[in-house]
Write a new protein. Structure first.
Length: 213
């Protein structure tokens, strides 16, 4: 084999190695613990405070689709952000055996690196009746990049006793903000000494219920 052919062969061999290397690409460097910590830190939003949390939460009470019927007229009012501001319900004969409401707490964004404890309440009031509070299950949100929606169902008739002509339903949530605390480390039980600047409330919409039986 001549010297020129040897040089040509060597050149083609080197070009083949270079081209194959480009197609495969370089392997990424191993992730060190320091790099992992920095990436995890990006999930924590240190700028969020209790006011931000309150503004991100929504609490709405509405007629559950499973109780929709021809003898129930239900109407909702919403704002520009598609949040329910009020609702009206007219119920005609025959009286339903159950009347289910959906009590929904949702967040329009995540609580990155934080935990939020939410205690929802429903209140029943009306002419000639004492105000009654209905407690429903606590909700814990946070440490997720997904938006969260939590819905609980309440049978209104179960809490009314004698059916009135009118009842006003209102809602409220107590919000406890565990800043920079994952769910596993949040003390959700001992709230007597919870910092007042990390606790707030937010009202839900009202629902006017008229019984025309």
């Amino acid at each position: 084999m001549t010297t020129r052919r040897l040089l040509t062969f060597a050149l083609l061999f080197l070009i083949g190695l270079y081209t194959g290397g480009c197609k495969q690409g370089r392997k990424p460097p191993p992730i060190s613990p320091e790099t992992q910590d920095r990436d995890f830190a990006k999930l924590v939003d240190d700028d969020q405070d209790i006011g931000d949390i309150e503004s991100l939460l929504r609490y709405q009470i509405q007629l559950s689709p499973e109780s929709a019927a021809d003898n129930i007229i239900y109407d909702e009012k919403k704002n520009k952000k598609d949040s329910i501001t009020g609702a009206t319900m007219h119920i005609g004969a025959p009286q339903p055996e159950e009347l289910w409401l959906d009590a929904t707490v949702r967040s329009v964004d995540a609580f990155r690196g934080h935990t939020v404890l939410i205690k929802p309440r429903i209140f029943l009031s009306g002419k000639g009746r004492d105000r009654k509070m209905i407690e429903i299950d606590d909700i814990v949100m946070g440490d997720t990049v997904d938006r969260e929606v939590k819905t609980q169902k309440i049978d209104l008739l179960k809490h009314l006793g004698e059916i009135p002509e009118y009842v006003l339903i209102t809602g409220k949530i107590d919000i406890y903000f565990f800043k920079n605390t994952p769910k596993a480390d949040a003390d959700l039980e001992n709230l007597d000494s919870f910092p007042s600047d990390m606790h707030t409330q937010r009202a839900g919409n009202s629902v006017e219920v008229h019984f025309n039986l």
